[in-house]
Design a protein. Structure first.
Length: 292
């Protein structure tokens, strides 16, 4: 594997970052998780845009243009012969002194790793996932805004630990007002009476790229989406539920806090969306090898 760091490629063994990097010391930095399908980088522009928004929010200056970063991402896939897989883009605050002050950090580190990912077993997508609500509250937007895809994922990890210790793969996180925000690494959707609902960004959902794609694809099926405050009661009484994320893609949910959702099987619209999403990944994206 060849890893991109600041414009150069290194072997896995030689891919090294300073122990004084504030990305490590304080989780001070931002990242993106991107997929490649069939030799194309899926939704690359959207991911790069979001990375720059995250960086802006934490006053981190990415030392490259968007186009340069897109080119570097595609180049990293090419160098690794990655036709289908997962790209992790990381920008850290860079090495500094001990102490929080980001102004003492000089060089933001731009890292691109091209690898594979499988978050859940294939069987789970067929039979659907059972998930639970956990006690860990999603970050308040005045603390760390959930829109920022920062290197500090402890909020999500704590929720994931709660789910795992209870014997579940994924957790529903509520915001500080008790409304549904999202899962630890995925956005959440429900379908009720042929309408789709998902938590708004202001209720603590990440502006998920798979979320937006799902809203668009389900819209094409004639199902409108709205973003009201959602309570657990709304989830329990939904006809269908599913999660969306770059890593997990579209995951049907069949049980929430032991309440069966719909008939306890992946829903009709959910299954149509899974299919439409797979079709889209076949034809869309930035080609890794320009000559096709
Ligand atoms: N919410 C959170 C908190 C996320 O981290 C999503 C929603 C879905 O957003 P996208 O843009 O991916 O549709 C995410 C993204 C992993 C992993 O390693 C997690 C994500 C993406 C890729 C890999 O668990 N989460």
């Amino acid at each position: 594997m060849k890893v991109y760091i600041n414009g150069k490629f290194y072997s896995e063994k030689n891919s090294k970052i300073s122990v004084f990097d504030h990305g490590l010391l304080y989780g001070d930095g931002v990242f993106e998780g991107i997929r490649a399908y069939h030799g194309r980088v899926f939704k690359l522009k959207e991911h790069i845009d979001r990375l720059f928004y995250s960086a802006k929010a934490i006053l981190l200056n990415i030392p490259m243009s968007k186009q340069q970063l897109m080119d570097a991402t595609v180049e990293t896939c090419r160098k690794n012969n990655l036709n289908d897989g997962y790209v992790r883009l990381v920008v850290t605050r860079g090495a500094g002194t001990l102490g929080l002050n980001p102004n003492r950090c000089s060089n933001p580190q731009v890292i691109i790793i091209a690898d594979t990912i499988q978050l859940y077993p294939a069987s789970l997508y067929k039979k659907g996932m059972e998930i639970v609500t956990v006690a860990t509250t999603r970050n308040h937007h005045n603390a760390v805004n959930p829109a920022i895809k920062s290197l500090n994922y402890l909020n999500n990890i704590l929720a994931k630990i709660e789910a795992n210790t209870a014997g579940y793969e994924e957790a529903i996180m509520l915001n500080s007002e008790g409304y549904v925000a999202e899962c630890t690494g995925d956005n959440l959707f429900i379908i009720k009476d042929n309408q789709m609902f998902t938590p708004s960004l202001s209720s603590g959902a990440l502006h998920g790229i798979t979320r937006q794609t799902s809203i668009d694809l389900v819209g094409e099926l004639g199902v409108p989406t709205s973003e009201p405050n959602l309570t657990r009661y709304d989830l329990y009484n939904a006809d269908e539920c599913f999660l969306t994320g770059t890593g997990a893609e579209i995951v049907p949910v069949v049980k929430i806090d032991e309440r069966k959702i719909g008939n306890g099987k992946p829903g009709k619209i959910t299954k149509k969306l899974v299919k439409a999403y797979q079709e889209l990944t076949k034809v869309s994206g930035e080609p890794i090898n320009k000559i096709k």
